[in-house]
Design a protein around this ligand. Sequence first.
Ligand code: ZN
Length: 274
Amino acid sequence: MTRFAEIARDVYVLRYPVLDVNVTLVVGDGAALLVDTLSTDAQAAELVEAVRRVTAAPLTVVNSHHHFDHCFGNAVVAAPETAIWAHEEAARLLREEAARLQRHWYEKYAPTSPDLADGLAAVTVRPPDRTVHLEATVAVGDRTVELRHFGRGHTAGDLVARVPDADVVIAGDLVEESGPPMFGDGYPLEWPETLTGVLGLTTPSTVVVPGHGAPVGVEFVRGQHSDLTALEWLIRDGNFDGARIEDVAAKSPFDRDTALVAVRRGYAELAGRD
Ligand SMILES: [Zn+2]
């Protein structure tokens, strides 16, 4: 059974083995806030058990973005009266395009992870009902959690949560520890600037919770920012020079498959498509 581990005072992270995805729990006086809800009904039921071992307080839910591994557990985790927060674009996608997304992810995972694919297909997607344009503050009992959007990056609707009294920043997939950043719905030309915004929330001792993998410090995030910035300029220069996507990807700080997706997305954006 997967459990939460305390990473700062009354801030807990559960690192779920499937996709190595993180869920963060912030516990206040008589209230708690959960960032992300895993992928399937079964995973979310397991998550609820893990939450209840830490706190019996009523929850507020935050989705860091619209990808299934961060929000498809909403319907199981959230009671009917539970508020679910997300950036307005993530909320729109889950409200208007859930069926298409569910089909897309089912088809993607069916060949390699049929159990996960079946679980995704069986979910009733519950869209967020509280949206953030640029920022919002949520009361969690006696503490506050800030929700911020710094622009497009991993998706068009990434939300970052900060727990100021614990010096914790929950970055969603804008920061990745256990694998490279994922560009399938990403904006490689804007991601560095967005991550600059995230870095602006940090102090030298901030703990940053990535979307996947172990919590990291600010130096790690700076390193990822440098790699993303290098990639951005490879794409801009390559596009200006008319370089082939494969040749630009080969120079990137990330692995070839990751970089190919990024360069394709970047070239499309420079051509005015996205
Ligand atoms: Zn994601």
